[in-house]
Write a protein that binds this ligand. Structure first.
Ligand code: AMP
Ligand code: GLY
Length: 420
């Protein structure tokens, strides 16, 4: 099998690393990839993840058998539709289904029609009406830009004034551009949070182990929201009963709803959940592998990823087996200033790890004297150990002794599991 992975983050490095383990995979190309994917022996090709024409041309030229898109942009732009037209299997939803991630109003509409438990919400296109609703409902409230905003379009407002300011920023000042043309105002849910990802074939869904991201930049969940500063798996405070309920009440009805519309959902359905006192409820859908969740979930996979995805796309029963004895935990090292004022150029030290640990690179470039940081999230160090505490101790033992000048990381990844 010749595989094309689309994207350039830590998630794509982890996908490449896992796909490369398959005896059935002869070559992995990455568009555009990064220094880490090249180190895994993949072939980086300088085609942007949003360049659909370039990606189709590359897949044709290299006789690709399977395309695995990482980020949301190519999916919402229709890379799966384009690859299908070219007769090339692509493991992702078509543009219509990717709207589950691309438009929060669309996702709410699907969930409400399918009876999927989610935070109560209202959708607005008029800022004055949105502000009236904020005043009437009162804080706490969650204000969300409808469209894609790189994980930054959500404001959890603990006061009514914060919610009014968020409406102003998103709708009037267009802080996230066209993503703010519509706005969702949502009930604030209380409970443990988890990312629950399923591999879907249009009819059925195979769950991946649960994971928890840490979106805030600084320790103790302080500071601005980021793309994710670290993750661990599984989430022990979310019991198997909650997972079973989520499959029955969230995943199955959503997959069924998309099939009923004549547009079956293929690829990763990622439900961001809050386990409330009334059961798990959806706070967001994504239509792809999570980042950094993928970096802690894929190391647990003990079966062949490429073969599993291939089986899903061929309508066969895929084999996915997981290491259920160990916990994994990963910590992101980011450039100083991330996510607001990234200062690039920090020197990245060589990091030596044992067989149970990995370094997944994201924003790295080759400099004169080795790797240098060229983006916000630079790399993630992940390890596997008997439990979350042991994994946490082991990861910090690796990174605390590194020279991370010009970069920073959180010191408390996993704290919710340990406090539970
Ligand atoms: P999102 O970008 O949609 O994942 O939202 C960012 C963060 O905001 C989530 O990780 C949650 O911690 C929080 N959040 C989003 N929606 C809600 C909600 N309805 N209730 C409580 N917290 C929320
Ligand atoms: N970890 C959050 C995301 O992938 O959207």
């Amino acid at each position: 099998m010749r595989i094309l992975v689309i994207g350039s983050g830590g998630r794509e490095h982890a996908l490449v690393w896992k796909l490369k383990q398959s005896p059935r995979v002869s070559e992995v190309f990455v568009a555009p990839g990064n220094g880490g994917t090249a180190r895994e022996g993949a072939i980086n090709v300088a085609v942007d993840a949003g360049d659909l024409d370039g990606l189709v041309e590359l897949a044709r030229k290299e006789k690709i058998d399977l395309v695995v898109p990482g980020p949301e942009l190519p999916l919402t732009k229709g890379i799966t539709d384009r690859m299908r037209e070219a007769g090339i299997p692509c493991f992702g939803p078509d543009a219509y289904c990717a709207r589950l991630e691309g438009s929060k109003a669309f996702a709410k509409d699907v969930m409400n029609r399918a009876g999927v438990p989610t935070a109560h919400s209202q959708v607005f296109t008029d800022p004055d009406k949105a502000k009236n609703a904020v005043v009437k409902l009162g804080a706490p409230l969650v204000v969300k830009a409808d469209g894609l905003a790189a994980g930054k379009g959500v404001v959890v407002a603990m006061t009514t004034q914060e919610a009014l300011d968020a409406v102003d920023d998103i709708m009037c000042k267009r802080a996230h551009g066209a993503a703010g043309a519509k706005l969702v105002i949502e009930e604030f849910l209380v409970g443990e949070e988890a990312s629950f990802l399923c591999l879907c074939d249009g009819k059925t869904a195979v769950p991946l182990p649960s994971a928890q991201d840490h979106k805030a930049a600084y320790d103790g969940d302080q500071g601005p929201n980021t793309g994710g500063m670290g993750a661990y798996s599984p989430v022990p405070q979310i019991g198997q009963d909650v997972i079973d309920t989520a499959i029955e009440t969230i995943v199955k009805p959503t997959v069924q709803a998309m099939a009923d519309e004549g547009t079956p959902f293929t690829g990763i359905l990622y439900a961001g959940l809050i386990a409330t006192a009334d059961g798990p409820k959806v706070i967001e859908f994504n239509a792809r592998f999570g980042d950094p969740e993928t970096e802690v979930v894929l190391p647990k996979l003990t079966s062949d990823l490429g073969a599993g995805i291939n089986a899903i796309l061929n309508g066969e029963t895929p084999e996915f087996t997981w290491d259920e004895d160990n916990a994994t935990l990963g910590v992101v090292i980011a450039s100083e200033g991330y996510p607001t004022n990234v200062v690039k150029g920090a020197a990245i030290p060589e990091i030596t790890v044992d067989d149970d640990s990995h370094v997944y690179y994201a924003g790295v470039a080759r400099g004169e004297h080795g790797l240098v940081a060229n983006s916000g999230r630079v790399l993630l160090v992940e390890t596997s150990a008997a439990d979350i505490k042991a994994a946490q101790d082991k990861v910090y033992a690796i990174i605390d002794k590194l020279d991370t000048k010009g970069m920073f990381y959180r010191h408390d990844i996993g704290f919710k599991a340990l406090n539970a």
